[in-house]
Design a protein around this ligand. Structure first.
Ligand SMILES: *[C@@H]1O[C@H](CO)[C@@H](O)[C@H](O)[C@H]1NC(C)=O
Ligand SMILES: *[C@@H]1O[C@H](CO)[C@@H](O)[C@H](O)[C@H]1NC(C)=O
Length: 222
């Protein structure tokens, strides 16, 4: 199965509950020579990371994160989505096994459903498309959780504009809004599209931004 092969990504968590910006880390485990789970958590602690995103709900990692004061995002993996979408009992069991077993000692704060499902056009991903929202609903029924989507950027833009460090000002021809960075532009485009589809009130979280420090050199999945 395809998946993100990133070791550490920077993660910006926006939440009502978080008033100061804290560094977050995406903790992917596709790769070799990875530090052990224990060592990885120690690295997170030494960095004073405020949050970590997992690409699954790994039991060892979730146990090690208990009482660390690190906010945790866990993920329903792509191959779990269809069965969860189909059956509330399955969704309930997922929440029992992957959330309630560790919560509240482990500060699970976000449940992500799927990884790059919408941004991939592989056949495997397409089969999941129609099950994504039903799976989110079922998980939400099992537990009030936040729904998140990854945002991809295939266009060619200045690196500094992407890194929030440029003096470039881009005026949107439609709205007249002035953008000084790519992140705001991408977020607004998602909000605009969702509003147009009749969903103006869905809270968004930024799940992934930045560049990996190691991992799959192709940068993403197939
Ligand atoms: C949902 O899953 C449970 C447990 O696997 C099973 O007993 C039940 O029949 C399923 N319900 C439906 C509607 O498929
Ligand atoms: C992106 O833009 C740079 C600078 O204008 C250019 O050199 C490069 O070829 C472009 N890359 C692509 C994929 O278009």
């Amino acid at each position: 199965m395809c998946g993100v092969a990133l070791l550490f990504f920077s993660l910006l968590v926006l939440s009502d509950a978080i008033t100061t910006r804290k560094i977050g880390v995406n903790y992917g485990r596709l790769g070799n020579n990875l530090p052990s789970a224990y060592q990885s958590i120690e690295i997170l602690r030494s960095m004073r990371a405020g949050s970590v995103k997992l690409y699954d709900a790994n039991p060892e990692i979730l146990r090690l994160l208990a009482r660390t004061n690190i906010h945790v995002s866990i993920m329903v993996t792509n191959d779990e989505i269809i069965s969860i979408a189909a059956n509330q009992t399955t969704a309930n069991k997922w929440v029992e096994d992957n959330v309630l077993r560790y919560y509240p000692d482990t500060m699970i704060r976000t449940i992500l459903v799927g990884n790059e499902v919408l941004s991939s056009s592989s056949d495997a991903a397409k089969q999941i498309w129609n099950h994504l929202v039903p799976a989110m609903r079922r998980i939400k029924i099992s537990l009030r959780a936040q729904d998140i989507r990854n945002i991809k950027n295939p266009i060619n833009i200045s690196l500094n504009f992407a890194l929030l460090q440029s003096n470039i000002k881009y005026t949107d021809p439609g709205t007249g809004l002035v953008y000084t960075n790519l992140l705001d532009q991408m977020l607004d485009s998602v909000v605009f599209a969702m509003t147009k589809l009749g969903y103006p009130d869905v809270r968004l979280s930024i799940a992934e931004t930045g560049w990996p420090n190691a991992g799959d050199f192709r940068g993403s999945w197939c």
